[in-house]
Structure formats: C-alpha cells, structure tokens
Design a protein around this ligand. Sequence first.
Ligand SMILES: C[S@@+](CC[C@H](N)C(=O)[O-])C[C@H]1O[C@@H](n2cnc3c(N)ncnc32)[C@H](O)[C@@H]1O
Length: 713
Amino acid sequence: MSRISLEESDLKRLFDALNDSVEPPEELVAKLFPSFMEKLAAGGKFDFEALNRIRIPTLEYAGKRQEGVILAGAVLLGQSAPLQILRTFGEPGEDGWRNLIVQGDNLQFLKTVFLNQDPLIKDKVKGKVKLIYIDPPFGTGDEYGGSGGEESYTAKIMGSEFIEGIRERLVFLREILSEEGCIFIRIDYHFGHYVKIVMDEVFGNNNFRNEIIVRRGQSKAGFFKQFEKINSIAVAYDTIFWYSKRPETRFLKISKDAPDDDRVNGKWMNLIKSKAYDRPTMKYELLGINKDAPWMWSKDRSFKAVDNYNKYIEFSRHTHESLEEYWNKTGRALEFVRRNNNQIQYWIPPRDQVLVDNNWLDITGYSHQTGYPTENSEELLFRTLQITEPDDLIFDCFGGSGTTAAVADKLDRRWITCDFGKHAIYTMQKRLLNIADSKALGQEKPSKKYSLPPKPLAVVSVGAYDFSRVMDLRKNKEAYIAFVLALFGIPREEKDFAGKYRLDGIYAEKDGDPVEIFPVWEDDYLYHVRLDEDYLKQILIQSRGRIRGNYRIIVPETCTIVGDLTLKNQSGEPVSFKLLKFPYKILEEASRNFSLEEQPNSPDNINNLVSSVGFYFHDDVAVEARKTPGGLTLSRFSTPIVNREGKTYEGLEGLSLVLIDLNYDGKVFNLHKAVYGKEIGEDGGIGLEGVTEKTAVIAIDRHGNESKPVYMK
Ligand SMILES: C[S@@+](CC[C@H](N)C(=O)[O-])C[C@H]1O[C@@H](n2cnc3c(N)ncnc32)[C@H](O)[C@@H]1O
C-alpha cells in the first residue's frame, strides 16, 4: 500500500482549505489518497466537479429522479429515434452542414442527440454546442394565444412535474454542450428561483455566470391605480440564468451602442484603487497622492498618461482645442490622467459601444413580428449571441417562432432549433425562408433590411416520442391489444388465427386480411427487436403460403425501421405489408385508463411539458376549400383518427388547425395565417382578405397529422 507523505506546507494548506470550507488543491488529494490516485491513473475517474456539486443546497420534490436514471432513459431502446428529413432548402457547402428545424418532442430529440447514432447528427452535435438559449413555458398554467387570439401552446404543467421536466432536459442539454459552451435559460418569477437551484445542481454553482433581467413588455403598473389597496406590484422583468460547462471558460465581450453623448464626448472617471490590483508594481505615488491601496494601472501606463495630459494642456493654450479634438488629431490612441482636487482621474474617450451589465431592461424582451405568442426580440438574442464566434453551433429546443435560429443565421452561426407545435414549425420555416426581408441586426439603421438568403436548412421530424413512461405492458397486454385495435377502428375477434395463418400475433382481420399486433409487451420486442425486412420475411416463411394480399401490423413508430413493403410469399404471390404506426406517446395518453407502474399524479400531467400526440397513418388527412367573397370555406375535412371511445370525429370536430398560404407556389408552403379549429364556425367559414385561386390550405388534425397543401376549388 502506498504511504502518505505530507510536508509541513501541505498540512498548512490542508488546514487552510478546511477552515475556509473549500476543496483542498488537487495535488494534495493525490498525496492524501495515493492508492486511490493509482487507481485513477489505471483508468479510473474521479469527478471533482461532482464533489463540488454535492456541497450546494439542493431542491427536493416528489418524483425527482437520479441523473443516472434520467440519462439511462435515452438508452432504454438500445437505439435512437430516427430523424426523418421532411424538407430541405438550399445546398450545403463543403462541410455538408445544414441548419435544422426539428419537429417533435425536444426530450426525444435530446435523447437522440445524446445517443449520437443517427447519421444526420452523428458526431456533429453532441459535445459541439457552443451556446444554448432556451425559453421554455414558464409553468404558469396559462394558455398562450397567437396575435389573432388563437391558442398556440399551453404551459399547463405546473409544480414539481414542471421542475422535473425542465431538469431532465437540462441534464441532457449539459451533456450535449461543448466543453467551452454555455447555456442561457429564460424564466420568470413563478419558478425562477427553483430553476436557479436546479441549474446549480445540474451545472455546478461554480459555473453560474450571471442572472440577467429582461423586459417583459408594457409595465402593468397603471392597472393598480384603480384600487385603494393592492396585494402586490406590477412585474416588469423576466430572468435569464447564464451557466457555463466549465468555470475556466472565457467568452467574447457583450457590448451595446453607447448613448449619443458618449459617442461625441469623452468623460473623466476616478482611477480606481482596489485590492484586486494588490501587486508591488501597482503601488506608487501618483500626482502627489499615495494611498495604501494600489492603482488600477501600472506606474508606466499612468505616468505616460499624465505626460500626455500635460502636453495637451500646453498645446491647447495656443489652439484652444478640446481634448476630444486633440485625441482625434493624434490618432485616437492616447490615454490621459489628471489630478482633480483630491481625485486621480483617467479619461474615457468618445466611443460607439459600451460593455453591458446584467440589466437588460434597455432593450425589448418580446416582439411581435411573426404573430407567434411569446416571440423573443431579435435584439435580445443578438446581445446573447455576441459571446460566440461565427460558425459556432447554437441550440434552442423550445424554438417557438424561431428567434434564436433567425439571429444565429444572420450572425453566421450554425443553429438547431426544435418545437413540437406545427404552428411553430411553419412559423419558423417562413421566418427563415424570408429572412432577407427582415430587419438587419443592430440599431444604427432600424429600417435597413438584412437582404441575404438563409443558410442551407432542413426541416426534420424526430419521428418518435418519449419512452420515459413505459407502462407495464406485461400486466396490461389485453388492455393494450383492445386499445390499439380500437385506435385503428378494427374490431377484435376471438378466432383461431394461429391455426388459419400458422402465425401467433394475429388478433383480428380487416376486410378479410390478417392484422398482427407487434408484441411490445415482451421486453425483447419493446427494447431490441425492430420491424425490418427480415422480420417480414420471417412471417412469410412461418406462414408457409397461408398469407396473400394485405397483411397489416400495428406497431409503435419507434419499433419499426421500414415502411409499407410488398414481398412475395412462398408460392410467389405478392403480399402487401401495411404498417399501422403510431407514436408511443399515444400510449401514455391512453395510460390513464390502464393500471400503470408509475401512476401520474394528476390527469393533467400525463405528458411532458406540453402534450402532443400524433399518428402516422398512410391515409392523409383530407381537406378541400373554396374561395368565398369574405375569405374561404372548408367544404370537406376528414381524418382517420378516432376519439377515446374509438369513434371517428364528425365534421370539423377532429380539426386542430388550418394553415393558410395566400399565394402558394406549389413547392414551399409560406405560412400566412394560422386559424384554430375552435375559431371556425360549423359551416367551415374563415374570414380573410386576399384569397385567390393561388391560396392553399393545410389542415392539421387533433393528433398532429397534416394534409397535403390544397388549392382553393
Ligand atoms: C415560450 S415559447 C418559445 C418562444 C421563442 N423563444 C420565440 O422567440 O419565439 C415555448 C415553446 O416551447 C414549445 N414546447 C413546449 N414543450 C415542448 C416540448 N416538449 N418539445 C418541443 N417544444 C416544446 C412550445 O410549443 C412553444 O413554442
């Protein structure tokens, strides 16, 4: 066993550290625990950061999980959820990079990035993100509407469920950050203080950089005038917490336009004396003043600046020019120091920019360019992204209207954004594709257009939903079978299908053809087996020619890696495999009716931050519309989805949202207006100016499936 050998000075350092309640220096740990360090040298790891984290206050709440459990959730399936390219715009350059708009639940997407297997993002994103900006729902319980009063998304999940939802995303976000990266999270008074503690836990309190305050919009102070007495005062700001991945990282400075006067005139400030400069070279007599505290500047620098000022005084006796004029004439580089009564002052020359502090109330926090609710201002993101360099990768997984993406694009940063709302996705797509017509960043000429095309981008779907709340299918096999059959409107039959088709796993027939249910209640199938071409070939081999025509398989989207396929059976006849896919999330939605291993603690928090379910049917959602004098009317709408009772929706009942492009070019759908189902009368009428034959609509049903764009009839 290795011997401990400590010098006198080591002991002193150890006691000092203990007395100050700080970590002993790393090399002392090596001396104190030599055998442990030998293990480390042999490939073990010791996480000093983790030690640091243990010492901070932590937040306790119901349902809080270990980080390890959260991260393990990503590997449960054994493979990542596939990213599917939906649309691409522009051709990538030599590096092959495209910016990404990701449609789907950000937790699922984060897990996919964390697993780092999908070819689209493999080795390009994990550990490479330089800046994360997120502005999640604030956990207020509010519903947020578009500028037309539509309901766009809801922040309905509250309490510990909300905090845990944020925390698990933060854990994954930390894992995908680059070592030199950092994260900004915008939040408000409802949960801000809890989020701060959670950020300390996840990132380490030594990575805390700043708390920044951001304007919320028009102050509501006037509202309180009507009351004699009040119970609180108006709220004027949101908070942004800024954390880094590593404490030693340094970032580019953030500046803003200087006030008008500062651009023309210089000003005198006291030359600070501070203990921070406590070095012998900084202690000297300056213009007859010799205080104990050291000066902010070195002796050489100060003396030269005094000399410069004396020269200027001498010079201006004849020319009467101002110090600004003199400074400009001499090349805008000279520094000046003077004595003013008992103060030593240095001169700050005129400047176009000044550095910012953490009060950002000077700029707007929200703006209303896109009509999407809670759109953050480009000024705010412009300021935030200043700490990064061109080409850095910027990530926002609560994308909304796409402010982070738009600003990153204008600043030549690469970006990835994500949102599961279709309204958000089409808003972002439009915003990016029309970026040339938007305002240039910076304040000098507010009306100047940006005028450059967007960098190459792709809209992709994360294609699957979160598996984190897998219900206990072993106990609920029968409920599951009944549920998924009802989902697709197929009645269950008790027949000897095994005898008829020589196959297990068939539970019903549709139009006389067999319907198999992929057996997710068996762990092996749930986590490892994937429905691929070989799987289908096995079915043909086992059934020995008993199958011809159509063969349907009901399968969660995450468990299949093929789409519809036609193969030949043993007699050479075609068998058309039709996959009835659905996202696993739908099971969570349904799980209220089943007994669960992990019961949700309220009917409202079945889902993560915001609920979203969607089917992947092959029958498209169908819509037809015609032009009317006042706008347009939906003359037909149908969706194959069914409600909880297993019935299809009548009329417009199953409609969630209609997206309208007034002038559709047949290629790119340019969202002009989003109208929610609730706002459309029973006759399908939508009031809107500018509708022509070139106007097209997309209908989105209540499960998120969308129709193809169709022109007016
Ligand atoms: C406050 S808004 C973001 C606004 C955005 N910063 C902007 O400038 O427009 C929050 C967004 O997060 C989205 N969101 C909520 N939960 C989500 C989830 N689990 N996955 C992806 N997006 C989600 C909502 O649809 C909403 O668009």
